[in-house]
Design a protein around this ligand. Structure first.
Ligand code: FE
Length: 202
């Protein structure tokens, strides 16, 4: 029999399998569809790099806050509501004029969900995971980030236990800016360490 029916009108195989699983679980009373919707809502709209950006802007603006959160982040993150799955044990690492921090998960894709949302595709790729450790300077250059030779690079390997957030350097020319003005300069990649915070003119 010729195989000429249109497979392309169907959703992708993984999407179909997910839908089939969800339908079965709901029918058997094992999951509540409202709970599933709530999880989707959370990661689509409420959790994402805007949380990390607000945190970084506050760290740039408030020296007392910075000192406290670098020393012991978890109580403060819990109070601010930046807490939950995949963010139970955060470590904040600060970039300085002599040190650039960069985060990878060499084993899989561990990432600070409450502060950055769901990881970008490249973060999960074999190439990034293997090369970030072996040749970080080269990987950063491929992201368009050419660091001077005298700047040290420290690579942090995330685990199921500990997740890292990079505090990028505050861009020059932002003296006197409010937190709200600073937030849009803090890109997702600057908090993973594969980019810098945007300059005010960009
Ligand atoms: Fe992982």
């Amino acid at each position: 029999m010729p195989h000429d029916h249109a497979h392309t009108v169907l959703p992708s195989d993984p999407a179909l399998r997910v839908k089939a699983l969800e339908t079965l679980l709901v029918e058997k009373g094992l999951v509540d569809p409202a709970a599933v919707q709530e999880i989707i809502e959370t990661y689509e709209h409420r959790v994402g790099p805007q949380n990390g950006a607000k945190l970084v802007a506050r760290i740039w603006s408030d020296p007392e806050f910075k000192k406290a959160i670098l020393a012991e982040p978890m109580p403060i993150l819990q109070e601010l509501g930046y807490y939950g799955r995949q963010g139970e044990h955060m470590v904040l690492v600060e970039n300085t004029p002599t040190l650039h921090n960069m985060v990878v998960c060499t084993l899989c894709s561990c990432y600070p969900w409450p502060l950055l949302g769901i990881p970008p595709g490249w973060y999960k790729s074999d190439a990034y995971r293997a090369r970030a450790v072996r040749e970080p300077r080269k990987v950063l250059a491929e992201f368009g980030l050419n660091l001077p030779d005298e700047k040290n690079i420290r690579v942090w390997d995330s685990t199921a236990e500990i997740r890292y957030l990079v505090i990028p350097e505050r861009p020059k020319g932002t003296e006197g800016w409010s937190e709200d003005q600073l937030v849009p300069l803090v890109t997702r990649d600057s908090m993973i360490g594969t980019g810098l915070a945007q300059a005010p003119t960009q």
